[in-house]
Design a protein around this ligand. Structure first.
Ligand SMILES: Cc1ncc(COP(=O)(O)O)c(C=O)c1O
Length: 383
């Protein structure tokens, strides 16, 4: 029986979320609900795979096996109904590694790359650190959540070389619909704009259906570089495993060659067996996890509406991240953070880094007792 409410202890886990409290918040006594991993144990089948690998007692150079990419292909077919081409998929240690390298390969210095705000901070970092120019298409706040402004989208994307799509969206929690995705595809095809589609959260759908933009026809597929990973799905971020699906086999081979030039030849000793096991045997666990996350979200949104009504929050359609609107308090991010840390004893990710000042992101992927504690702390800070 999986128990997502079991007491957990990450004190010896070298966890960025827990061990990083002093460095990033100046105090160690905070409840950390910031970094996007889960305070939930990975599936037993994954731990078994890791133990079996450890039992081999030899951890020399590795070589990618066919079962690794094969497990992703089967998983995506089963979960999302999309057929991926085995030959066009490459391993990459992390999605951020892929973003960095894809930007280098697909664009030249000074080129414009469009993203949508609020945004996952690494999009901006990777574009700017490569000397490319960030262009922002702001998402628009509507009663039911963020929507895209397609007039501004077209205006800006036509002068961009690449558009980075985040689907599902971190931090807004949107699952872009078939209509929205088709519109993006239509505009990008019209102007020949390449799309890097970050779909790392695509297995964490709580409401709706994930539509991978590359699945919308060959014309758009020719422009799309899809980033996928089992690490968010099964809470394995520390093992470093992800994938990129390319439009052509040649582009995949070029990417693999570029990665090998910086010494990233093959998946590490542990990640292949763990990911294969997760994809092949982890579906039942995932379904239970999604139920747990839905329950936590329901509980948190209800608590906030009743106890801290000045905070506005919507249920995300995907991810385990709540995007809290704190603008009613009229404070800048520094002051909001101070209130959270000093008055609440709570560590959240502040909105400024996402180009969403006045907001904070709260990670609810934890046992219920921890969520209750976190919400009480939030109330102490802002109630
Ligand atoms: C949208 C998005 N992309 C990428 C990442 C990071 O992925 P990785 O650890 O594989 O670099 C995250 C992590 O939170 C994310 O939210």
């Amino acid at each position: 029986m999986v128990d997502f409410n079991k007491k957990i202890d990450r004190s010896k886990n070298d966890s960025r979320k827990w061990a990083g409290r002093k460095k990033y918040f100046g105090r160690e006594d905070l409840l950390p609900m910031w970094v996007a991993d889960m305070d939930i144990e990975a599936p037993d089948v994954v731990v078994e795979a890791l133990k079996n690998k450890a039992d081999q007692k030899i951890f020399g150079y590795t070589m990618e096996n066919e079962r690794y990419i094969g497990s992703l292909v089967n998983w995506v077919k089963k979960r999302h109904g999309s057929k991926l081409s085995f030959e066009r998929i490459a391993h990459s240690p992390t999605v951020v590694t892929s973003l960095n390298l894809l930007i280098k390969i697909l664009t030249n210095e000074g080129d414009q790359i469009m993203i949508q705000s609020p945004t996952y901070p690494q999009f901006v970092k990777q574009i700017e650190s490569n000397g490319r120019k960030v262009v922002i298409n702001e998402l628009v706040e509507k009663e039911n959540g963020y929507e895209m402004d397609f007039i501004d989208f077209e205006e800006k994307v036509k002068n961009s070389v690449v558009f980075i799509l985040c689907n599902p969206h971190n931090p807004a929690g949107r699952v872009w619909t078939r209509e929205e995705s088709s519109k993006i595809a239509e505009i990008c095809v019209k102007y020949g704009v390449k799309i890097i589609s970050d779909e790392i959260h695509s297995d964490l759908i709580l409401d709706g259906k994930h539509i991978s933009i590359a699945s919308l026809g060959r014309e758009v597929e020719n422009l799309v570089y899809t980033c996928l990973s089992a690490t968010k799905t099964f809470n394995l971020a520390g093992i470093q495993s992800s994938f990129v699906v390319f439009p052509t086999r040649k582009e995949k081979e070029n990417f693999v060659e570029e990665l090998s030039l910086i010494g990233v030849h093959e998946p590490n000793s542990f990640c292949m067996d763990m990911v294969i096991s997760a994809y092949n045997h982890g579906e039942e666990w995932l379904e239970k996890l999604l139920d747990h996350l839905r329950g936590n979200i329901e509980f948190a949104v209800d608590y906030i509406e009743k106890n801290i009504p000045q905070i506005r929050v919507k249920k995300p359609e995907a991810t385990y991240l709540l995007w809290l609107d704190l603008r009613k308090f009229g404070l800048d991010d520094e002051k909001l953070k101070e209130r959270l840390v000093e008055d609440g004893g709570l560590a959240l990710t502040m909105g400024g880094g996402f180009m969403g000042s006045g907001f904070a992101r709260m990670n609810i992927a934890c046992p219920r007792y921890m969520l209750e504690d976190g919400l009480e702390r939030l109330k102490k800070a802002f109630g």
